[in-house]
Write a protein that binds this ligand. Structure first.
Ligand SMILES: Cc1cc2nc3c(=O)[nH]c(=O)nc-3n(C[C@H](O)[C@H](O)[C@H](O)COP(=O)(O)OP(=O)(O)OC[C@H]3O[C@@H](n4cnc5c(N)ncnc54)[C@H](O)[C@@H]3O)c2cc1C
Length: 375
């Protein structure tokens, strides 16, 4: 029995699988076309106890730690869901942690509890049109004016930005970065067009604009100028979630390709009977399993409080590379069908391309790894 294979965690897998089968699979194609998941899905996920996994019961969550969140992510994808669905339904996984660790009860009551109850939706806005990798270079400014900040600037590529009721927003407050929670509907805050993308079609992505937006000082998360550190600290969970999405997508694609190669015959024999194909599937399976094992190991170390910034970056890159290789091979093994919208593998091929870009690109991960090596 491994850390992620306890009786409780097996139950969590079953709960997730049942949720996906009942609440997601019959509708996923419609949501892909609509460009978003319905708000009711958040309430349903909260009701069965999935939305709050990884958040303490004292703040309205269902308990559990990072490994439990990882299991939910893994099982959503392995039971036929998608990384796009994870991004859309679990955006609070990146929007709430900063608020929680600030320990501000007022913000926790106003934003964390209703979001974990599935009645409000939050987003995290760090990236700007001028750049996402250089977090310290953020240009959206917040000028103090009495008991308010006046915010000017813009953000882009914001997941759930179209639907979000509030946005945890990184702003420059002069000599450092700060985080402000900005409510939808605040005068001067406008949500731009729905951005069209290669994949993650069921996850809405938006541009946000702030023109003289007055935000109460009470909506600041933590102390002024502590935003950069907070963002960096919470990157670990986001990166491991993306790494998990990659390793789970790889696993799912091995399963899809294996099934296909058993059923599909060419030249009078099943594809799976050919040594070349069998070895290809064996290599894909090995890549996916190795990535998964490493992601689990690093996640367990993060959950135990170890400072493993370099390992998190390596886990993301290992899983993303494995996923890219496996998904490409899985599509190829499906032949022409793999290129059709009807094929699940086609969606994974498009969806997985973002995993080496979001939450810090592969190149930025390599920078972190190089620093960790003392270079
Ligand atoms: C679908 C989607 C959802 C997203 N969701 C969110 C969200 O919810 N919230 C949010 O804040 N952001 C979000 N992002 C933004 C994402 O985090 C950024 O796109 C990412 O961090 C890269 O930033 P950038 O696009 O500005 O690329 P840039 O920073 O302009 O980089 C461009 C290229 O240059 C490379 N590069 C940059 N600097 C270096 C360097 N020093 N050395 C070598 N190479 C370098 C990068 O790796 C990349 O390949 C999302 C993006 C997408 C596409």
């Amino acid at each position: 029995m491994t850390l992620v294979d306890t009786p409780e965690r097996r139950q969590l897998r079953e709960l997730t699988r049942a949720f996906v089968t009942r609440e997601v699979l019959p509708h996923l194609d419609d949501w892909e076309r609509a460009g978003e998941v319905p708000r009711t899905l958040h309430a349903t996920a909260a009701k069965v106890g999935l939305l709050g996994v990884g958040f303490g019961e004292s703040v309205g969550g269902s308990g559990g730690d990072l490994l439990d969140s990882i299991i939910v992510t893994e099982e959503i994808i392995r039971s036929g869901g998608s990384s796009g669905l994870v991004a859309a339904l679990f955006t609070h996984g990146i929007a709430l942690p900063h608020i929680l660790s600030s320990g501000n009860d007022d913000l926790i009551d106003r934003y964390v509890r209703p979001t974990l109850a599935g009645t409000t939706i939050g987003a995290l806005a760090v990236t700007e049109p001028d750049g996402g990798s250089d977090v310290a270079g953020i240009r959206t400014r917040a000028r103090r004016d009495g008991d308010h900040y006046v915010v000017n600037g813009s953000k882009t590529y914001i997941t759930s930005g179209i639907r979000a009721d509030f946005v945890t927003t990184a702003v420059s407050t002069g000599s450092g970065l700060s985080l402000l929670v900005i409510d939808k509907g605040t005068p001067g805050f406008t949500v731009g067009r729905r951005l069209e993308k290669l994949g993650w079609h069921c996850s809405d992505t938006a541009e946000l604009s702030f023109v003289d937006v007055r935000v109460p000082v009470g909506n600041r998360i933590g102390e002024e100028h502590t935003g950069f550190l907070a963002i960096m600290q919470h990157f670990a969970a986001e990166r491991l979630s993306l790494a998990t999405q990659a390793s789970a997508t790889a696993q799912r694609c091995v399963e899809l390709a294996t099934r296909w190669c058993r059923d599909r015959s060419t030249f009078g024999r099943p594809l799976a009977s050919r040594q070349l194909v069998r070895h290809r599937l064996a290599v894909m399976h090995t890549r996916a399993e190795a990535a998964r094992a490493y992601v689990h190991e690093v996640a367990a170390r993060v959950a135990a409080g170890e400072p493993v910034v370099t390992e998190v970056a390596m886990a993301k890159n290992v899983a993303v590379a494995a996923c890219a290789e496996v998904v490409d091979a899985a599509l190829q093994l499906h032949g022409g069908f793999g290129y059709l919208r009807d094929a699940e593998v086609e969606r994974h091929y498009r969806d997985s391309r973002i995993l080496g870009i979001g939450g810090g690109t592969t190149e930025i991960m390599n920078e972190i790894i190089a620093k960790g090596m003392g270079l």
